[in-house]
Design a binder for this molecule. Structure first.
Ligand code: NAG
Ligand code: NAG
Ligand code: NAG
Ligand code: NAG
Ligand code: NAG
Ligand code: NAG
Ligand code: NAG
Length: 739
């Protein structure tokens, strides 16, 4: 696997990479060393002997030549980090006990109306257990002074909590009864000037995701009047444990693994990780997939973001069957920003613009015509308003037209522009916050504005403050949300479900400006941002809500409850259908009462991995059980994993027939009769379920059935569903057949 770069799954972090590049690292000494992760499966019983094992392996492989273990994982799984060249890495990969060896790459990070929008009002029924649930938030840290994390009236942490808090007096960081633990991870010690070497969040992303999952209710908040209302997390009584793994330049594999190793043994119940990117060539070459497997083994559910690389096919970045992958969809809030040109025509664009130019007009210029000829850039760059390409003398005091939708506004703001109008062919279904008055257009209206500039001797314009309007089509999956199918097992539908991830208002670090652009001096304690990073913690909060009612449910059971109760979404708006939204739109309230569960345990995932082609010898390292074998697994396919959805990838124009074996567990009324309702567009494909009635006589009872899909497919994708209905619960699974 190539060491990819993990980034947080939200938009503005792309800018952070630029910020980091602009800042020189404090230490460059380590820049050329290449560290690798040597992953060795499940933990050994004895931590001390694990450390010895790691050193002796290096001795065996490389003799007395001193190679040191940079970081050891031994609490929850087994592995270590070491500097190697490619040849040495191959040698290690061939050693006994080694599951995989891969470079320590970087990943990227991929309010509060959103809960009400999902039909989850503030006054829902709550379980007393809610304050025992611990959500581990893997992100950029936290801003503990935020009102979202005030611990007034909150009891001390539950006794199962074994984690710790990295208190630091110089940055005044402490935990409390809401934030019960916090640690930072940066094994190579390379910090950037904008990084705070503390769990304290200098960015805002981690503060935002933590408050979305489990923040208190805070009344009367808004961003300059936008999104005004109560900001709250899904489980305001639950506890937050902070694992800071992301820094100005992204999130390193070694640190992601170290944080999981701790979190699992610290006693967290749910892990929320809005991070991804990097390789897709195997479940055990991806640190999040590896770590989520061990989390599952230990009863901990991992919720991850699908990524922001959509809408292309198979752009999804977290897709292991033992974790949940979350797409991002809209809520009924959007922003409209009017621009009035000098000829009094008015165009309606989008942006979150809180600046008020008070109807005053300013001269306009097209970026292409404002090239700084000594900057080394071409007019193509200046048409995009790239940073440093614009001539300050030409742009100062003007509104500049730029050929970009997702530009940051940094170029115009540094050149002294008063405002920015953008045009692009990108889908205008979401927008950012900019450091100057901005409105964004598609090529139609943007083209008219261009023509006005082109044909007018002294073009002028003004930009109005945005208006918040109802998006009556919501919810639909936003264009940036990464799409399936699953690149490794296409028959396991990914993403699993969708949740609000556009224009989410939540807590923020008041040392990073709201637009995240230097020079913007608007520092606020709440901010509106977008990304699958924002949808992920909605599902984490909902998972914690389910857990608070059903503390003994397995990770797969909670996943099943969230997926089978999701509200169906429309393939007429999202043509990629389930590959955009999975089982549908999160419905937290219903998820606590699913009726039936599609449960799975470690052995089921091992059988799945056998069928996926992994060797028994390899899987024994994961289970630490020499009796693990793949014998008998050939009686089924990967489709027989007891997953709460049905995916079938087939070759074009060939006749196919596939059966799916499933077992459901009754968690509703003891006496229940469930009838199967199959809905599938007729055509070349036939679907049947056998038996089509399930008669339960007790809670916890398990009954099995089989779904058979056969025929030929003319279209590239057909979707339908199987709903088990007892008159009280509708247990829904999507069925997707695709080429
Ligand atoms: C340090 O944190 C405490 C607790 O949050 C707060 O009361 C105090 O004002 C902070 N001090 C400074 C100097 O920020
Ligand atoms: C803004 O100015 C224009 C032109 O002077 C005028 O027609 C319009 O009514 C003004 N709009 C507002 C909202 O004041
Ligand atoms: C043009 O770019 C050069 C090099 O970056 C810079 O020094 C100069 O100030 C810029 N001039 C204007 C007018 O923006
Ligand atoms: C208007 O567009 C034409 C054709 O693209 C170009 O040649 C001309 O320079 C433009 N005029 C101005 C004022 O931008
Ligand atoms: C937005 O419009 C939808 C559909 O017309 C409606 O159901 C919803 O209540 C509206 N939301 C708000 C906040 O007005
Ligand atoms: C499992 O097999 C390995 C390698 O053959 C051996 O070293 C180990 O002792 C065995 N473990 C158990 C518990 O039998
Ligand atoms: C396949 O065989 C194994 C071992 O004999 C058995 O436990 C399992 O239930 C079978 N699976 C299916 C799908 O028939």
């Amino acid at each position: 696997m190539e060491g990819g770069k993990y980034l947080l799954h939200f938009f503005l972090l792309a800018l952070l990479a630029t910020k980091a590049a602009a800042d020189l690292p404090q230490s460059n000494a380590n820049a050329n060393r290449k560290s690798y992760i040597v992953y060795m499966g499940d933990r050994l019983d004895d931590d001390a002997s694990t450390s010895l094992l790691h050193t002796s392996m290096l001795q065996d492989a490389f003799g007395s030549e001193s190679k040191s273990v940079l970081c050891s994982y031994k609490k929850s799984f087994n592995g270590f980090v070491v500097d190697l060249n490619e040849e040495e890495a191959q040698k290690m990969a061939g050693m006994d006990g080694v599951v995989s060896v891969f470079p320590n790459g970087k990943r990227k990070l991929h309010t509060t109306k959103s809960w009400d929008f999902m039909g989850f009002p503030q006054q829902v029924e709550r379980a007393a257990m809610e304050n025992d649930v611990i959500i581990g938030v893997f992100d950029t840290g936290i801003w503990p002074e935020s009102l979202s994390f005030d611990d007034k009236g909150i009891a001390p942490p539950p006794t199962k909590w074994k984690g710790s808090c990295q208190v630091d007096p110089s940055l005044n960081f402490t935990c409390n009864n809401k934030i019960i633990g916090a640690k930072y991870y940066r094994s190579d010690g390379m910090f950037f000037p904008s990084d705070l070497v503390s769990p304290r969040d200098s960015d805002g992303h981690g503060t935002h995701t933590a408050s979305t999952a489990a923040g208190n209710s805070v009344n009367g908040v808004s961003l300059f009047g936008f999104g005004s209302g109560t900001a709250r997390g899904g489980v305001p009584s639950a506890r937050i444990a902070v694992y800071k793994i992301c820094w100005a330049d992204g999130c390193q594999d070694a640190d992601i693994l170290a944080a999981f190793d701790d979190a699992i043994s610290d006693g967290v119940d749910i892990i929320s990780i809005s991070v991804g990117g990097g390789a897709t060539d195997g479940y055990f070459e991806d640190p999040i997939s590896i770590a989520a497997f061990h989390a599952m083994k230990n009863g901990v559910l991992t919720i991850s973001s699908a990524g922001n690389d959509g809408p292309g096919r198979s752009t999804i970045s977290n897709f292991s069957p033992w974790s949940i992958s979350v797409a991002a969809s809209t809520i009924d809030r959007k922003f409209s920003t009017m621009v009035r040109l000098g000829d009094n025509t008015i165009y309606e664009g989008i942006s979150i613009n809180a600046f008020d130019l008070k109807n005053k007009t300013y001269p306009m210029i097209y970026g292409r015509d404002a090239l700084n000829t000594t900057s080394g850039y071409t007019s193509r760059s200046s048409s995009y308003c790239t940073q440093d390409s614009l001539d300050q003398d030409l742009v100062k005091g003007k509104i500049v037209l730029c050929d970009t939708l997702r530009g940051s506004g940094r170029g115009p703001v540094l050149a002294g522009a008063v405002g920015m109008v953008t045009r692009s062919k990108d889908k205008t279904d979401f927008t950012n916050l900019f450091p100057l008055p901005t409105s964004s257009f598609n090529l139609v209206d943007g083209g008219m504005i261009y023509q006005y500039i082109n044909l007018t001797s002294t073009p002028t314009a003004t930009i109005f403050k945005s208006a918040e309007v109802n998006d009556t089509f919501a919810p639909y999956v936003v264009s940036f949300s990464s799409r399936g199918p699953n690149p490794i097992t296409p028959d396991i539908i990914k993403p699993d479900l969708s949740a609000p991830g556009v224009y989410i208002l939540a807590a923020w670090s008041p040392i990073n400006p709201v637009s995240q652009i230097e020079g913007d001096n608007r520092f606020e304690t709440f901010n509106i941002i977008s990304g699958t990073s924002m949808s992920c913690p909605h599902v984490s909060g909902a998972a914690a809500y389910v857990k608070s009612f059903h503390p003994t449910w397995s990770p797969a059971a909670i996943q099943s409850a969230l997926m089978t109760t999701a509200s169906p979404m429309s393939p007429s708006i999202n043509l990629e259908a389930e590959f955009a939204y999975g089982s549908g739109h999160l419905n937290p309230l219903q998820a606590a009462h699913p009726g039936l569960l599609y449960d799975a345990n470690e052995a089921d995932y091992i059988t799945f991995l056998c069928r996926q082609g992994y060797a028994a010898r390899f899987l024994q390292l994961l289970t630490k059980d020499n009796s693990t074998s793949c014998l008998g697994s050939t009686n089924g396919t990967v489709s027989d994993l007891n997953y709460p959805s049905f995916g079938l990838s087939i070759s074009p124009s060939k006749t196919f027939s596939r059966s799916f074996k499933r077992t459901v567990t009754n968690v509703g009324s003891p006496l229940a009769i469930y009838r199967a309702e199959l809905s599938f567009p007729t055509g070349g494909v036939k679907v049947r379920v056998d038996p089509n009635v399930l008669l339960f006589t007790s809670v916890g009872q398990k009954l099995s059935f089989e779904v058979v899909i056969e025929g030929t497919l003319d279209e590239s994708l057909v979707s339908g569903s199987l709903v088990w209905d007892d008159g009280e619960h509708k247990v829904r699974s999507p069925i997707v057949v695709f080429i």
